[in-house]
Design a protein around this ligand. Structure first.
Ligand code: SF4
Length: 429
């Protein structure tokens, strides 16, 4: 059976309060019948071949009259039947599931997906789900009596759960009694949610892919269960209201939680680009994003022909792969070196060294060689040297030993060193 996905944005979720959900908080424009027709006709036109199963995804409930009116639903059903579609999947909260609406889908196999999340009323209250197991069960009775299928989403790793393994087992056993299929979803933090703030404050953390598989992997071969390790492209996106002024020198600007959660992400979720096998550590810059600074423009100009080099900056904000330089907080902090004391320099070296060690322990296997282009007197170079010595790793500095002075990396000689170095080192890859 061939499947097609229709992403439908119309209005907003009537509830919008689930602790972990960013989609439900989006205030979308309501689709008119005309707009919906255009969208649906465009959707069917874009398909290369006839499709058997249409899955509709959007935030909220397809069966909520206020999001998708009866007219829109009727048009959807009519078009699906006309296109020879056999099965449709729509999402809905239990309170919008009624016999009348389900009967409208006659002629199509209907599957209704519901985010139950967990089979525990107490946790459902704590995550502000807004319904209980009894509501879910009532909706399931209607669906099954009307010959519709029930698809249930469960979230693995919700906060407030004491024993994740036991809770997952209980939820799966419960859901299997009521559902025709189940999806186990790895809970990842959306920016505009209380869950994201829980991650920032350290009271909850996401599961890495490996941790998720360790917990949920045993259900992988179950005929009714699917695993979804990444429901959206996960990057920490800080909403505007959470952003802080991170310009300053001192402990706060070295181990700020906003830097720490990014380091957590870079270690436990991020994967370096597959084609880039030479790691090149670089300094940060006052101008943000780094690539707009004079130093980085010079470096980028030299590296332009070397596609296999992965540029990673060392700064008080952490170890920062080039891909993230324009994300908050990496695009909006400042550390004024003229305000550094001997003590904070030592602390910088200590913290940065630990971050580099963790980065290399996690991602070192990805790279074939590790290089740097850093001033020999810089704290970043000292931290890198200590980290590599500790790990017994080689890390060649492409800057010639004799180069020194302020803004040394901007000079023509230094950039020639870089050019020569990458040709001889990275060029070998
Ligand atoms: S999880 Fe579903 S019900 Fe909850 S806010 Fe998000 S869209 Fe709405």
């Amino acid at each position: 059976m061939s499947d097609a996905f229709l992403v439908l944005k119309s209005g907003s979720c009537a509830w919008g309060r689930c602790l972990f959900c960013g989609y439900g908080r989006i205030q979308g424009e309501l689709l008119s019948l005309e707009g919906f027709r255009e969208k649906l006709d465009g959707f069917f036109k874009s398909l290369d071949s006839r499709v058997d199963h249409v899955k509709v995804y959007g935030s909220g409930s397809f069966l909520d009259e206020k999001q998708v009116s009866g007219d829109l639903r009727a048009y959807f059903i009519e078009r699906c039947l006309a296109e020879g579609v056999k099965k449709v999947t729509v999402e809905s909260r239990p309170e919008f599931i009624s016999r009348e609406k389900i009967r409208e889908f006659r002629g199509l196999e209907l599957e209704v997906a519901t985010g139950l999340e967990i089979a525990c009323d107490e946790i459902l209250d704590r995550i502000s789900k807004g319904f209980h197991l009894s509501d879910f069960e009532k909706a399931v009775s209607i669906l099954h009596e009307e010959q519709a299928l029930v698809r249930t989403y469960l979230l693995v790793n919700l906060p407030f759960v004491k024993n994740l393994k036991e809770s997952l087992e209980e939820s799966v056993n419960y859901a299997l009694k009521y559902s025709d299929s189940i999806v186990l979803i790895n809970l990842l933090p959306h920016g505009h949610t209380p869950l994201f703030r829980m991650w920032l404050s350290g009271v909850w953390r996401f599961l890495s892919r490996e941790e998720f598989h360790n917990l949920a992997g045993r259900y992988e071969s179950h005929p009714k269960i699917e695993l979804d390790v990444e429901t959206f492209r996960f990057v920490p996106l800080f909403p505007r209201e959470l952003r802080e002024n991170l310009s300053g020198v001192g402990e706060r600007y070295l181990t700020h939680p906003h830097f720490e959660v990014w380091q957590d992400y870079i270690l436990r979720w991020y994967r370096p680009p597959s084609g880039k096998k030479t790691l090149l550590f670089l300094p940060c810059s006052y101008t943000k994003p780094y690539s707009r600074s004079r130093t980085h423009r010079g470096i980028i100009n030299v590296l332009i022909d070397y596609k296999g080099i992965h540029e990673v900056m060392l700064s008080n904000a952490g170890v920062v792969p080039r891909e993230f330089e324009d994300y908050y907080p990496f695009n909006s902090y400042d550390w004024d070196e003229s305000k550094e004391t001997g003590e904070i320099k030592e602390r910088y070296i200590g913290v940065t060294k630990e971050r580099i060690i963790r980065y290399l322990q996690t991602h070192g296997g990805h790279y074939r060689r590790v290089l740097c282009f850093l001033g020999y007197e810089s704290e970043s170079f000292k931290a890198l040297r200590e980290a590599c010595n500790g790990l017994g790793m080689e890390c060649k500095n492409l800057l010639s030993r004799e180069r020194e002075g302020k803004r040394v990396l901007q000079s023509g000689e230094a950039l020639e060193d870089l050019r020569y170095g990458v040709e001889n080192e990275a060029g070998k890859v």
